[in-house]
Design a protein around this ligand. Structure first.
Ligand SMILES: [Zn+2]
Ligand SMILES: [Zn+2]
Length: 138
């Protein structure tokens, strides 16, 4: 094989190979996502409408599919789902406080742990971190 032919072959591998690798990566990534979420996994959500405030669980797969469908690169927060109670597009991811049991939106307290309870100020993430640090220090 002379140098000219080698070059053409190399260029062929680069041009054809890279997009192909990208496609393989993309498709396997897409199928993995659905496998990662168990069919019975639930996501707690809460309505941000002060007049409503409903909280309930939705299928995590459903939530994930909704977010992918309504993904907006310009938005700083997740796309709001439509509330099953009041019908407004104001439903976001929520969590249940492990201390007082109150359901709040994730990131209720700005610049703090996402699971900081705005009511009793408890954060499971913070508690876990403190426990981990305490364990390492002893
Ligand atoms: Zn609502
Ligand atoms: Zn709390």
């Amino acid at each position: 094989m002379d140098e000219g032919v080698k070059r053409i072959v190399m260029i062929g591998i680069v041009v054809v190979g890279f997009p192909l690798a990208g496609i393989i990566f993309w498709t396997t990534r897409g199928s993995n996502r659905n496998q990662e979420i168990p069919a019975d996994a639930m996501q707690l959500v809460k309505c941000n409408n002060p007049a409503c405030g409903a909280s309930y669980e939705v299928s995590m797969r459903e939530y994930d599919a909704f977010q992918r469908e309504h993904f907006n690169p310009l938005a700083s927060s997740a796309a709001p789902m439509t509330c099953t109670k009041c019908g407004k597009a104001s439903v976001y991811k929520a969590f249940k406080c492990n201390k007082c049991g109150k359901v709040s939106l994730l990131g209720s307290v700005p610049n703090d742990f996402t699971d900081r309870c705005p009511d009793c100020k408890f954060s499971q993430i913070e508690a876990d971190r403190k426990a981990a640090q305490g364990g390492a220090g002893q």
